[in-house]
Ligand binder design. Structure first.
Ligand SMILES: [Mg+2]
Length: 174
């Protein structure tokens, strides 16, 4: 439940093929520290270019945030994407309602976020694919530092799986 399917440095590093080969039509993307740092109230130019690319791939973007309504509302103001704030990740009740409302299901959806215990855990509980990216700018509070330490063993499991995956690929057994 706490192991991402893939890890990348940033959302821009995720290859297009990873979406298309998995039949992804809906992408749930965390805002804070995944797309922009907390202090950014609106999307960056890179964000916008990436959103455009997703559209070309036929992917519907759904922005999610554990923070309040105001923050998400401000971020989407000029882009008009659907969003859901105050998600209470890793709880999935609101997630599921949001998916149903938008015609998404676990097989055609993927989540991207920077935190294992919220973004990844909620996606895995639902059963969809989950990609972990590096946080853009971590808050240096004791709570955040603690959370990052707690994530370490799960990242180690991911790394060993990745090693195995690459080995299988090299041996041509894929
Ligand atoms: Mg985040």
């Amino acid at each position: 439940m706490f192991i991402p399917d893939r890890m990348y440095d940033t959302v821009y590093d995720i290859p297009d093929g990873y979406f298309t080969e998995n039949g992804i039509k809906y992408l749930f993307v965390d805002i804070d520290n995944t797309l922009v740092p907390y202090e950014n109230t609106s999307p960056t130019k890179e964000n916008l270019m990436w959103f455009e690319k997703l559209k070309k791939l036929g992917i519907t973007l759904l922005l999610v945030s554990n923070n309040g309504e105001e923050r998400a509302k401000e971020y989407v103001k000029d882009v008009g994407y659907k969003y859901m704030a105050d998600m209470k990740k890793p709880l999935i009740k609101r997630y599921k309602a949001f998916m149903k409302e938008n015609g998404a299901n676990k097989d055609n959806s993927m989540a991207i976020g920077d935190q294992i215990f919220t973004d990844i855990a909620s996606a895995k509980r639902i059963g969809m694919k989950a990609v972990l990216v590096k946080p853009i700018n971590d808050k240096k509070t004791a709570f955040f530092i603690f959370k990052r330490i707690m994530e370490k063993p799960f990242l180690a499991v991911y790394k060993s799986r990745e090693k195995r995956r690459n080995k299988t690929k090299r041996e041509g057994n894929i």
